[in-house]
Design a protein around this ligand. Structure first.
Ligand code: IMP
Ligand code: MG
Length: 380
């Protein structure tokens, strides 16, 4: 392969990775997309210029683009019922599923809800069964896709039979994806994209435990969750939202006034894709993002939801303990701009200030939900 590129969220998920990955998949002529962690707790929305919205939960975000193969690797967990629904209208011959990915059963869904009741502090999980499925995996109690499809001991078991039927559409494509991906890397031209679910702040080891998800969301997780040599990852692109949002409990910056929060939600309603819950919102926290970029060797950043910041009297950047206040901007809406120079001057200042503080170049701005609402940014 010419390139193996990792895309990951640098905050609390919901940075808008779906759209960015979708855009890069087309632009780079990427022909292989790989999901390496998480499960149905992730939600990515992609909207075409014609206004057709697609939500991805377990499949990588560019799935369904003609000629693109989608892999769900060993580090992900799979809810067969939901996956079958998600894949319904797509060309299933393009899906490849790891025989070592673990499955989410009804037991896990139930446990996700009851464990939340028993916790000393509530996390606010998405109740997708992920935590309990990963617990069973680590306790060597889990059921892998390969076991579900092939193990005689599990045949005839009522509920598993139901899950097996749901996953039957993929049966021909269940394989050792570690071997498969490595062979593709060696023998084919083209570009492979590794898609991280969630965001660095929700990482099981590096987030603010216990307010985290149950998988590894960074570059290390990409290596473990695919089995690829970490040194074969040629580029890491961090997806950063222009402000902070978090769905669920845990630490979060607290610098926005109530009036600013209301204004932001008026510009763009911040509601969870999976759970429909209201997300907390605040100003961008570049201190945390800088640390996240360093921990994951991020080469370039895509800054998303940038259009949402337009129209504020003042915008703020949080960096460790201090807050930088910058004048806001009006004028030509970012959502209508095609290149960086068209943006209002103060909008450009904001981007350059973020870039300077996170110490990673911003290469792309997302300025609206539609596919074409993207601005490529040249080096400062
Ligand atoms: P779980 O992953 O469902 O166990 O949820 C654990 C925490 O991670 C909760 O606060 C969820 O809201 C959050 N979370 C999990 N996946 C995502 C995501 O894709 N985007 C945003 N938050 C997420
Ligand atoms: Mg999401």
């Amino acid at each position: 392969m010419k390139e193996t590129i990792l895309f990951m969220g640098m905050q609390w998920g919901d940075e808008g990775k779906g759209k960015i990955i979708h855009a890069f998949t087309k632009r780079l002529g990427c022909d292989l997309l790989v999901r390496f962690n998480g499960g149905a707790n992730a939600g990515h929305t992609v909207e075409s210029d014609e206004g057709i919205r697609k939500a991805f939960n377990q499949l990588p975000s560019g799935s369904g683009i003609r000629g693109v193969r989608s892999v769900i690797a060993n580090g992900a967990v799979i809810d067969p019922i939901k996956l079958a629904k998600e894949a319904r209208a797509m060309d299933k011959s393009q899906f490849i599923i790891s025989d070592a990915a673990h499955i989410v059963t009804q037991k896990h869904l139930t446990a996700d809800a009851t464990q939340e009741q028993q916790r000393w502090t509530k996390i606010g999980t998405t109740k997708s069964g992920n935590g309990p499925a990963y617990s069973d995996k680590m306790a060597r109690f889990g059921i892998r896709v390969g076991d579900l499809m092939q193990r005689k001991e599990l045949l005839g078991h009522g509920q598993l039979e139901h899950l097996r039927k749901a996953l039957a559409f993929a049966n021909a494509q269940v394989m050792n994806t570690q071997v498969y991906l490595r062979s593709v890397q060696k023998s084919e031209e083209g570009v492979m994209i590794l898609e991280g679910a969630h965001g660095w702040e929700l990482d099981i080891d590096h987030g603010d435990y216990p307010f985290v998800t149950s998988s590894s969301c960074g570059i290390g997780g990409a290596a473990i969750g695919t089995g690829l040599d970490p040194r074969t990852i040629t580029k890491v692109i961090g997806v950063v939202k222009s402000y902070s949002t978090r769905v669920g409990a845990g630490s979060f910056p607290n610098y926005m006034t109530e009036v600013e929060r209301t204004e932001l939600n008026d510009h763009h309603a911040e509601v969870g894709t999976v759970t429909g819950r209201q997300r907390r919102v605040d100003w961008i926290d570049v201190g945390r993002i800088r640390a996240a970029c360093q921990a994951n060797g991020v080469d370039e950043v895509a800054l998303t939801h940038f259009d949402v910041l337009q129209g504020f009297h003042a915008v703020k950047i949080v960096d460790e303990d201090h807050v930088v206040t910058m004048e806001g901007w009006t004028g030509k809406p970012a959502s209508k701009c095609k290149n960086f120079e068209e943006l209002p001057l103060r909008a450009r200042f904001f981007v350059r200030e973020v870039e300077r503080r996170i110490k990673v170049p911003v290469r792309l701005l997302s300025v609206g939900p539609k596919e074409s609402q993207l601005i490529w940014v040249n080096k400062a």
